[in-house]
Write a protein that binds this ligand. Structure first.
Ligand SMILES: [Zn+2]
Length: 130
């Protein structure tokens, strides 16, 4: 990847990170309010569950984005974490925070779905580091 392209991708990642860190209005839904009506209560519970799921997804994505930025800093960006091959530029364009090439991603997804431990170094990422 050329320096110019890398800069471009970094920008995308940083914008995405900012967006995720700014959080969403979903957070408000997690507050439990006292609803007089049963229907409202159920509706709020549902909203809350959706909001929590969204937050889960967002915090996972934020972790992926931060990890990608970290990989740019240590110049391992664009290299599959699993097989050490270059991740195709086309894939990085679509998914700049991709940590794996397509075939490794499939393997990892399968392992995750099966509940197997996946060595993706994800836990070593410090969100506060940058
Ligand atoms: Zn790979």
């Amino acid at each position: 990847m050329t320096t110019a392209k890398a800069q471009e991708v970094r920008k995308i990642l940083e914008v995405k990170r900012k967006e995720l860190m700014a959080g969403s209005s979903d957070r408000d839904e997690i507050l439990i309010e006292n609803a007089a009506e049963e229907f409202d209560r159920l509706q709020q519970q549902l909203n809350r569950e959706v909001a929590i799921r969204n937050l889960d997804r967002e915090s996972k994505l934020l972790k992926d984005v931060q990890a990608a930025i970290n990989r740019m800093d240590d110049e391992s960006f664009g290299i599959c974490l699993r097989c050490d091959e270059e991740i195709p530029e086309k894939r990085l364009k679509a998914l700049p925070w991709a940590a794996y090439c397509v075939s490794c991603q499939e393997t990892v997804d399968r392992q995750r779905a099966a509940g197997e431990p996946v060595d993706d170094e994800g836990d070593s990422v410090e969100l506060a580091a940058a």
